[in-house]
Design a protein around this ligand. Sequence first.
Ligand code: GDP
Length: 655
Amino acid sequence: MPVRVYELAKQLNMSSKELIAKLKELKVEVKGHMSSIDDETAGIVKEELKPKPKEKIELKTLPPQEVVVKANELRLKLPISVKDLSNKLSLKPNDIIKTLIKHNIFATINQMLPEEAAGLIGKDFGFDIKPLPTEEEEIIEIHKREDDPSKLVHRAPIVTFMGHVDHGKTSLLDVVRKTNVTERESGGITQHIGAYEVALGKGHITFLDTPGHEAFTAMRARGANITDIVVLVVAADDGIMPQTIEAIDHAREANVPIVVAINKIDKPGADISKVKKQLAELNLASEDWGGKTITVGVSAKTKEGVDHLLEMLLLEAEMLELKANPSRLATGVVVEAKLSKGGGPIATAIVTNGTLKVGDIIICGSHWGKVRAMIDDKGHRVKEAPPSKPVEILGLSGVVSAGEVVYCVEDEKKARDIALTKQEKNKEKIAVSAKRITLEELYRQIKEGSIKELKIIVKADVQGSVGALKDSLLKIPSKDVQLKIIHSGVGDINESDIMLAAASNAVVIGFHIQISQEAEAQAKEGEVDVRLYRVIYEAISDVRAAMEGLLEPHIKESLLGRAEVRQIFKISNLGQIAGCSVTKGTITRNVPLKVLRGDDIVFQGKMSSLKHLKDDVREVKEGFECGIGIPEFKDIKVGDIIEVYKIEKIAKKLE
Ligand code: GDP
């Protein structure tokens, strides 16, 4: 007996519309819900659409737990018994048991439901059931709670010096320290503890001792952005240089305000107005140039202007209204950590909120401790460290990492438990890195709504290409995701680029350049997506395809060797041979090759023969000559570049 679509839909417990869609997938043509389907087809369809038995979820009997409720989010200590869950949801235990059966889970009233099963029930009854936070999450939550505004007081700004190499960052930091720490205070010695505090008439300033944007962004990549103000150091005789621009991009990406110090004004070649003009072109116009950026002329050599710079930093800090609550449990960030001469772990931390006291219990990364002693940057033992104060902490159970957060806890046992749990976890997986964006992942994240902005770092061999690539990328139309170029520059991809990408969740695109070995290792470890291109069009088309969810499996090419064609020979039984000189790496047989002429790829394929002198060889190393036969490419010319690659296919991930 033929059956109508709507009847079959009823039998399968679905709507006619759903069934018609499924039939279409099964290539069964129907006109509408009144169409007939013959017996045999109906049988096949039924078999195909029969609900598949779900994997049985294992149930264990565990002790009952408590509940915390937030809007429709239900935070439960899981697993939870059927009975307890029914109470929490104001349902009868039977309702839960019946619903569980629907999901192929068979449970008794006292049985414990794990997170997955409780989650299914929650979904069916309109709740989002989540496990209670771990002890560590609870502590972080407490530390993140907003302060009562009446308890807030001003705190000192935390300042980092950045700028091009040799423009005088270290010299300025030294001058600031030496002129403001009196001999009596320091006992003639200044301790280098990773950060130091300067007391001025109108307030304090804390300086991070490691200048440069690499350290700044490395801290950010670990989630610790403690810098309140960046001092951009520009040498008056040199002006804006590539690393100055890098520093500006790093600071802007972190949303940290910039104060400019034009240094070396004592030098005969100093040209302050030229620097100010360059700054204005970078949207950092000083006040006398009609802008808003505080700009101070200084000299680390003569100390001219340094006091004024400090005053201006206090002024900027005042505008930022930096506040903290000294009367709460302390939170801090580690800026440096090491083993002391005596072998005990020491960490320099800057307190970001609250007051850290000797005797406090702290956790930091996978270590814990009772603060045994604290030493400030002048070498004095201190009993308390208020917000923004840098101190060396003694008493931690091990050496922690820079960028790690210190949390003060009330309960010693809790601190120890948390540290031990983390150590266990670390053993399982060292360095749990955050999931970074890749072009392959982009579309899924756009659809999920978890990404609204695709951040890109563009590096190329020449300024013209940087500009062309940036322009073309920014022209890609998209309504779902906005493309933002957070940094661009000329030169190979370096560690600072990778760090910025990791801190900002950006993709790095390189054109006609390489990636340094250290940067490549870092990118691998931090799961940063780095793509190198030789043709601008390919870069644009990959980004566009990624935005549309059409990106083909990513082919990762690693260059094995490069050779330049110096001469063309014709050999009777072999045909045409390109006499080459290997200029980089190793030329290897049986791997894909490209022939480049200028910026164009003129051939892609394989070689048929590789010779060194008269011998057939498998590889020829840099500095040697070789003969390459590519019978499929007749047009090879002197001056062409032959590159050989190792190809790795990274498949597009399926949902
Ligand atoms: P950094 O790489 O930015 O940390 O730069 P340094 O602080 O190491 O300074 C680089 C060089 O510039 C050193 O030789 C300093 O002595 C010199 N220098 C720094 N500041 C000044 C300055 O204000 N005037 C002059 N004449 N030289 C300076």
